[in-house]
Design a protein around this ligand. Structure first.
Ligand code: SF4
Length: 262
């Protein structure tokens, strides 16, 4: 498939999309940290990864009954896509767009598709914030209607990735290549905690992929911060400035055009 824009839904299709139901962890009607500009952020409930440093552990379990004591969802509820749009709509004049995040929003692909289709069709460009576990090449409905993607590259090496997240990264790397080549990747992100995985190699490979596809996507190098993590992760090492600057230099050397330390 091509990553080009798919037409936004027709009136009849909008009715069907609006009725789709999904599990929503929470909605922020204003966020300055979930993508460029002032955005609403919709956090879907459930994630197939189990990252050691997860910052949103309460959004991981797909259902409350399976939640560990340190992961109790704060506000999980079944909502229709129309209900989500209605929650954001009063704030539209102050927003440059909407970011659909999680948990992992790709765990509910039909609901995600409805949200990006409805928001995009109403003039609120929707970004998808994803761990890359869904095969986006097989979902032209989502790719065509989303304004762009923010993708996590947690570790390049598959063994390290599995140790860090409990999951394989083959889809993540395939998505990085596919979304970058399609011009749909707006940001690649790597969270850095020294010793947890080979950050130099991960950043080198990630930046190479951006350069190989001519992508202008930002590469965000994110310092691990303990706020919001489970107790067990609070003592993970935090990177110093020299480490972050070294990683940024690697990313630039490999051809990433826009590198930010966050
Ligand atoms: S992908 Fe995100 S929500 Fe899922 S476990 Fe990792 S950090 Fe948490």
């Amino acid at each position: 498939m091509s990553g080009g824009a798919a037409p936004f839904p027709s009136r009849a299709e909008r009715r069907e999309l609006a009725a789709r139901e999904g599990r929503v962890a929470r909605i922020l009607t204003f966020s300055a940290v979930d993508g460029p500009g002032n955005r609403a952020a919709v956090f879907l409930q459930g994630c197939s990864f189990d990252c050691v440093y997860c910052h949103n552990p309460e959004t991981r379990p797909a259902v409350t009954a399976k939640a560990r004591p340190d992961e109790q969802p704060a506000w999980p509820r079944a909502m229709t896509a129309l209900g989500v749009v209605a929650a954001v709509w009063p704030y539209r004049a102050f927003l440059s767009g909407v970011t659909v995040s999680g948990g992992e929003c790709g765990e509910q692909p039909d609901f995600l598709s409805a949200l990006v289709g409805l928001f995009g069709g109403l003039g609120l460009p929707a970004l998808v914030d994803t761990n890359g576990s869904l095969d986006y090449a097989a979902r032209p409905d989502i790719v065509g209607r989303a304004a762009g993607f923010m993708l996590d590259l947690k570790a390049w090496d598959p063994v390290e990735h599995r140790r860090l997240t409990g999951a394989d990264n083959a889809h993540v790397i395939a998505n990085l290549r596919f979304l970058a080549a399609a011009g749909k990747l707006v940001e690649l992100r790597t969270v850095v905690s020294p010793g947890l995985f080979d950050a130099d190699s991960t950043v080198r490979h990630g930046a190479r992929e951006l350069a190989a596809s001519g992508s202008a996507a930002r590469y965000a190098l994110i310092r691990f911060r303990p706020q919001g993590t489970r107790k067990a992760a609070r003592d993970l090492p935090r990177p110093d400035d020299a480490t972050m600057e070294r990683l940024a230099a690697i990313a630039r050397e490999e051809g990433a055009k826009d590198v930010r330390i966050i």
